[in-house]
Structures are given as C-alpha cells and as structure tokens.
Design a protein around this ligand. Sequence first.
Ligand code: MG
Length: 248
Amino acid sequence: MIILKSPQELAVMREAGRIVAQARRLVAEAIRPGVSTAELDALAEEHIIKAGATPAFKGYHGFPASICASVDDQVVHGIPGPRRLREGEIISIDLGAVYHGYVGDGAVTVPVGKVPGEVLRLLEATRLSLVEGIARAVPGNHLSDISHAVESYVVSRGYSVVRDFVGHGIGQQMHEEPQIPNYGPAGRGPILKEGMTLAIEPMVNLGGYEVFVEANGWTVRTRDGRPSAHFEETVAVTAEGPLVLTAE
Ligand code: MG
C-alpha cells in the first residue's frame, strides 16, 4: 500500500528534507583530499542532531554510521571509516534524518579535487537523470514514467543503470511502497497521486550495470571496478507538480 501524506505531514517532511539537504551540503563542502570518511560522517551526524533530528541510517538493520560513503567503484552503502580521500576519487554521500517521526533521504556524488573529465561527465549525467525522473513525479503519471525517464537519459549518454537497487516510497518509514526502479518501460505501475512521497535515486555506472555486495554485507561495488555515481532527492507529488523536500 502506498501511504498518502496530508499537507500537515508534508510540511514536517519538508523540514526533515531541509535538514538532510543542509547536512549533505556541509559534507560536500568538506570533501577534499586527506579528509577521512569517518570525519564526514561525524560532520553529518552533528548537524542532524543539532537540528533536532535523528540520523535515519544509524542502526538501520545494523548499519553503523549516519552516512553512507561510497568511493569510486563503490555504488552505495559504503561504511565510513579511517579511509582518507585522495585527489581524483569520487565519493557518494547518502544520508537520512528523522524529524518529528518523518524521514528525509538524499544523496550526492562529489569529486575529490581534480577528477578526469569522463568521470565528471558521469556525475553530471547522473544528476540530470534525476532531474528527468523528478519531472515525471506528477499526479496522473504512472510510477514507471519516472523509471523510464531516468533510464532513457542515462542510456542516451552511454552509461548504465544499476538494476539491483532501487528508489522507494518514504514517510514514517525510510522504505515504504512503492519500489522505484531506475529502468523499464513507461506507463506501468500505480498512478501517481497527490500526497505520495518518493525517494528517487539513480545509481549510474560508467561501465556495465552489474554490481555485487562486499563480504561486509553492506558495500555495493561495480563488477567491472569502474566508477559509479548516485544522486537522490525525496520528492512529494503535489497538484502544483513535483516538490523536492530535500532542499534548503
Ligand atoms: Mg534512498
């Protein structure tokens, strides 16, 4: 069942999303060669708590940190630690916050120092595929119109979409129905309605779409070892169009 949110609930989710967006920006601004992923995690956690929220990821199915920090060929669910970032890497930061019982979820991929042009283009294409997907989050569309828009854009740029991990409904739970694949034909699945809240999150690979989970049970990596990018926003379907909740 897809849970529709009232305007009052959307207002709370907007605040949860704002906290996520602020933390995401603070972390992005701190990314540079030499910083450790544990330091980035601490920065996000401090902001979330100061803002009166709770880190949504910490303890979620036992996840040990407040952010996911996924470097280069790590797609999602990288665990922060002593690893120090190096010039030329990319890092995906995914984080969530619970505010007054409602969850916001957002991600961004950031270059560390100077990064090869083909990798910067992957980041930009992934970000723009999310923009394409969000634009379809309007009442009356089918859910898979979002999926298809993301995939079409990604494929047009010559990249591949991760299939084993998908976006999701979000609200009082971080993961609610529906699942939102980043691929597939348009015109399928439920009809979008006002009050639906969706975490749309393309994961895009420079090489092939295949991924695997590391022995730690969390970290997802590309099979071919090539880089992967991830952008995510929490979005509400409204009569006025898509409303990005994870904005400042
Ligand atoms: Mg998510």
